[in-house]
Design a protein. Sequence first.
Lengths: 132, 597
Amino acid sequence: MSSPNELPSKRTVMICEDEEDILDLYSSFIRGKFNVITALSGEACLSLYREERDTGRKVDILLLDHRLGDMLGDQVECKIKEMDDTKTILITAYEIDDIVLVDLRERECIIAEMEKPVSLPDLEKKIQQLLI
Amino acid sequence: MSGIFSKRNSALLLLIIAVAASLSIVSYNYSAHTSEQIEEIAVHDIRSNAEIQVHDLSNSLANKLADVTNNLNIMAKSPSVRQADFESARTMIDNAELASEDIVDFYMWLDKDGRIVWISNINQTTYEQYRGFDLSYRSYFIHPRDTLQAYYSSVTDSNDRILRLYISYPIIILNEGDSFAGVVVAGVRTSVLGEFLEGQISPQLQSQVGLLDNRGIILYSKDTPYTGKNVFGVRYQSFLSSLDPESVNSINSGFKAALHSEAASKDTAIGDTKVTFAYQPVILEGQQFGVLYIFAPHGQATAAAALIDQQKNLTMLMIIGIAASASGIIFVIFLWNKRLQQTVDTTTAELRKANEQLKAHDRMQQEFINIAAHELRTPVQPILGMTEMLESEMPDKSDDIKMIARNARRLQRLTEDILDVAKIESKSLKLKKTTFEFGEVLINLPNDYGRHEIVNGDVRFQYEPKEEVTIEADKDRITQVVSNLLDNALKFTKKKGTITITTEKQQDGQLTVRVADEGPGIDPEIFPRLFTKFVSRSQKGTGLGLFISKSIVEAHGGKIWAENNSDGKGASFYFTLPLSSDQASKIEGKKTGETLS
């Protein structure tokens, strides 16, 4: 769990992933281009998100693992959607049913989904596309 | 047993019994009514026939007796008789007897003293015996002598002990002041009269005929003991007393009415036999001679009614039998139905249980695949990711890093293949079908094959479609199939060569895709197992690609096969897929057009 170094000119990406290696991988790859906030659980993600919002800092993109240790990613993303209009990319190693994905998209809880293992350049490209 | 008779079944059974009972009652009443009607019609017919017959008989008898009285009248008024011209009179009397011998026993001429002058139909010896015989005491002499009127006797016991009816006419000498000169008499045997009457009756009616004189004395009856007896006398009434009083009254009132010149008929009974009693006065020379009557039994009507009764009883029995059979059949059907229902219930419960087990099994399988997917994909992510980072950060170590990346991607491909096999074998492989142009598949390939370019050293890839082909399929999965086949072709086209993809629309609305290479061809040893799991001659492959490809193609309703090229260079893999409905209908239209032309 970490807070970003203040780089006002950069956009903020929050990463929520219960696998620490993967969390480090994603954050290491994009840290130079974005302000990065990391969370190892769903609860930590929601807590950090509220903290950022309360201090007036906006999270532009949320990279969210589907199956977190304490809860499912869709619970987190929909709660965050209720708080703000942050764009969430769901990243999953699971075989999520299409019906669930369509529902999440229709409710605008997520804006895109990617299947693990993701290519890091592809991940960055997707973030850049969504920030336009 | 109580299970068989559910409320619905019991109601149905009761309904059938009620319907059968109602039908029986209706049928019984209808048959009884019909029987009565038929009997009534038959009785009416018998009554009508009896009335007609007694009327006709009366007229016939009257006519027959009128012939006799005419003869007597002629004889009584003939000059030969009046003038006692014996020879002429005798001849005339004999001739008259010959003319009416069917009814008349004899004619007799008596003088004014009642002595016999001549008797017809008699031999000379007998004549001599009776000539001059005094018959002046006989009514048939006394009455015309005293009244100078014709006389009709009742049954008379003749001297020869033969019962006869006598008709006599007075012989009157007009020129001497109506002086009485004797009588001419006709003797008619009552038995002959009876034969005449019996001969007139239709035998089908089986009627009994009888004749009374105008005083009620029986002139003819088949029951000869009553001949000569008065119907109101002790003897005949004694006979009638054996009948029921109503019948006695009916018959007596009928005789009385007839003797008062009334003609009618009435139904009565003689013993157990119903009869129609018809009577008619016999009028002779304007006066009532007597009464003719017949008893016409209702035998045919009773027989017809009895037949209807038999039919009625048979119908009743049949309805009861049918109802009993129907009830039995329904009982068996209920029993059978109950057993079937039990079997169905048991089977349904078993199927439901099996279905729930299958669903639980499916859920477990899906959960297993999910967990496997997570556990297999997750460790690949840091390896691939770190490799990508190292590739960008350490370009001088690119060969070593590429080796790591290559193996990481191989591991990724193996992971995906194993997951696909798990989905195929658990029948949970789902297709997301869309309509797209087949060429888009090549653009989506990981290696990004162009339409005509070098893909690996001297190996060239070629795809030059003659026309656009659109298919209806899961684009990602078809991309996976083509990728597998191209990777396969690339692996075995080690040196210079060309990999060619061609497409061809088939008349049956399918698209055939061919991937041809110029490699060594398919090893005959593995040819039969080519599309099974873990069959590969490559060190790089997982041995699952063709198995997965076959499953994907077959899930689309297509088929996949392979053959070595006819020129001995390389192999070709084929698979079919359904064309989009637009293109399929165009082919169908073209086929129809060709047929019509």
